[in-house]
Design a protein around this ligand. Structure first.
Ligand SMILES: Nc1ncnc2c1ncn2[C@@H]1O[C@H](COP(=O)(O)OP(=O)(O)OP(=O)(O)O)[C@@H](O)[C@H]1O
Ligand SMILES: O=P(O)(O)OC[C@H]1O[C@](O)(CO)[C@@H](O)[C@@H]1O
Ligand SMILES: [Mg+2]
Length: 544
């Protein structure tokens, strides 16, 4: 149920859910019906709660001449989506802010202004109106489209250093850089904002209510960025929103930093909604983490660059094995439960891969246009072959062959995969057994790739993400995931991060680049080709 809100000057009018714009007389009529003043707050937004639980947040610096339309949704869990429109189709998908719920919340000068390291920077604080466009490839008459609030420090903060009790939790699968993000949240809070009380949550979400906390300070995190994994431990499952928020409330925690993938960010959104319902002055910030790069909107997730770089070692080994034997095949399985970004980018980086198989691009084995036909052709051409397959690819073929219909799930509800690498290796060996001498070596570096420390580029990425999260929380922003959008750090509403999974779009130019680098066929049957043409959707968020 969405209410269109037309407001003029200092008043707010609520109209029945319709997108029509009201005439002045109707507006006057509604004004009398809803005639109420909205408490002024110290920011551009003022909030108003109706008994229906709907909360509308409007910006009040509107002049009569330039009425804006604010579309709000009262559907849970995004009860306070803040969408502001502007000229030429400008849309800001803003994030919640402390002042939305606590209009009289005190603010303090940002201690950074007295910090020697930052005082030399001319324009260190981010301007209130700085926003970042989601789409940067535009035409002269394109509408300006969706923007997100730019990350960074603001002039005023909503926490006094000694009042802060922050906690950090890591959830889901491992990813290079987890420890760097933990380290830089601790360093950012300590060095930039003088915060001394920071807790680690032990073992993922369940640690909130089932474990003691871990003390974090500059000393304990000093060199953790050199190790893979997470010093806090992680887990899947165990997200009990009530128990988690009870623990946050009982412990007096007022800042929660959640480092995790798409599942964790959904968990963060649920925690934020519960905190809001309880009217707790607690900030919740998500730092997106996934080796699969399956989180939408952001340019890429931290750890992805390291994972692609690490995958090169396995692909190179596969290439050495394949070229050392007659009709040698080196087959490498990489991570990618639902999204094939690692396999795609590792293949493009290597230039030695003859065939890349990902979950988003269906393939079949037997018959004309199938994988076996292509292997036969490639071995005849060059006598060796390297195949890279994402662990989520071909699961349908495997389930069919094993006559398995039930899909097992992990504690978080993610699909538990069969080992496609082992299965397809056996199928290839069986198929060519009577046709030619073939030597196939199967390499599975999946966990090796995600358990390593982050490389230099990801370390910088982790540092800036962590600092942006700290700046945002201290500035009173709430219920956001921090993320790089077109090279700029932004605060993204949870609902945008959790609305879908980022997948390789096989009608995108990037996939075409891959096909032209491996010269593999599309492996699509005619029916799939028609279906995929219908799939032409948003280009993937990979900005290449
Ligand atoms: N829809 C959801 N609502 C609340 N909590 C969730 C939801 N989905 C997942 N979670 C919780 O978030 C945590 C992490 O989820 P999950 O295991 O899916 O990993 P992830 O965060 O997606 O990371 P990765 O994909 O990198 O493994 C788990 O504790 C899980 O219980
Ligand atoms: O960590 P687990 O439970 O073995 O799950 C492995 C999955 O986690 C990921 O590493 C991240 O989601 C996937 O690439 C992989 O399929
Ligand atoms: Mg996930």
């Amino acid at each position: 149920m969405t209410f269109s809100v037309i407001f003029h000057c200092m008043d707010l009018f609520r109209f029945p859910s319709s997108s029509r714009r009201s005439t002045q007389s109707e507006t006057d009529h509604h004004h009398h019906q809803l005639g109420f003043l909205i408490p002024r707050i110290s920011r551009k937004y003022r909030s108003l709660s109706f008994d229906s639980g709907l909360r509308l947040i409007v910006s009040d610096n509107q002049s009569f001449e330039s009425p804006k339309r604010l579309v709000m949704s009262s559907s849970v869990p995004n009860s306070d989506r803040k969408i502001v429109t502007g000229p030429a189709g400008y849309i800001l998908e803003d994030v919640p802010h402390f002042s939305d719920d606590f209009p009289d919340h005190p603010t303090y000068p940002n201690p950074l202004q007295d910090n020697a390291a930052y005082s030399v920077v001319k324009q260190y604080f981010v301007d209130e109106d700085d926003t970042v466009p989601q789409k940067i490839v535009v035409h002269p008459d394109s509408p300006r489209g969706t923007h997100f609030r730019r990350a960074g420090p603001r002039q005023r903060v909503y926490f006094e250093s000694d009042d802060v009790l922050a906690c950090i939790v890591t959830c889901g699968g491992l990813c290079p850089g987890l420890n760097t993000v933990i380290r830089e949240i601790v360093c950012g809070l300590s060095y930039m904002y003088g915060v001394k009380r920071i807790l680690g949550i032990d073992g993922g979400y369940r640690g909130f209510y089932a474990r003691n906390t871990i003390h974090l300070d500059l000393k304990t995190v000093n060199d953790i960025h050199r190790s893979g994994g997470t010093i806090l431990g992680t887990s899947r499952g165990g997200h009990n929103t009530t128990k988690i928020v009870d623990s946050i409330q009982d412990r007096g925690i007022n800042q929660v930093y959640i480092i995790g993938g798409d599942g964790s960010q959904k968990g963060a959104a649920a925690i934020f909604e519960e905190i809001r319902k309880r009217k707790l002055k607690v900030a919740v910030a998500g730092i997106p983490k996934t080796i699969d790069n399956d989180i939408p909107i952001i340019d890429r997730s931290f750890g992805f660059d390291t994972a692609v770089e690490e995958a090169q070692r396995a692909i190179n080994a596969a290439h050495v094995e394949a070229t050392s034997f007659e009709n040698g095949i080196g087959l490498v399985k990489l991570m990618g439960r639902y999204s094939g970004f690692i396999a795609m980018h590792a293949t493009l980086a290597s230039r030695d891969v003859d065939c890349c198989l990902i979950p988003e691009s269906p393939f079949f084995l037997e018959g004309s246009g199938g994988l076996f036909e292509f292997i036969d052709k490639r071995l005849k051409e060059s006598g060796h072959m390297v195949i890279v397959i994402a662990e989520g690819a071909g699961q349908d073929l495997l389930s069919e062959s094993m006559k398995e219909s039930t899909t097992l799930k992990d504690a978080s509800g993610n699909k538990l995969l069969q080992d496609i690498g082992l299965w397809i290796s056996q199928r290839i060996k069986d198929h060519f057994a009577k046709k030619m001498t073939l030597t196939l070596k199967y390499i599975d570096p999946t966990y090796m790739i995600r358990a390593v420390p982050s490389n230099a580029s990801d370390n910088v990425c982790c540092t800036l993400l962590a600092q942006s999260a700290v700046h945002g929380v201290m500035a009173g922003y709430n219920g956001f995931t921090v993320g790089l959008v077109n090279g700029r750090h932004t605060y993204i509403p949870f609902n945008r991060i959790t609305e879908k999974q980022n997948k390789v779009v096989i009608t995108d130019r990037m996939w075409a680049r891959l096909l032209s680098s491996t010269n593999q066929p599309s492996f699509m049957k005619q029916a799939d080709k028609i279906h995929s043409n219908q799939l032409v959707g948003e280009p993937g968020t990979m900005k290449w």
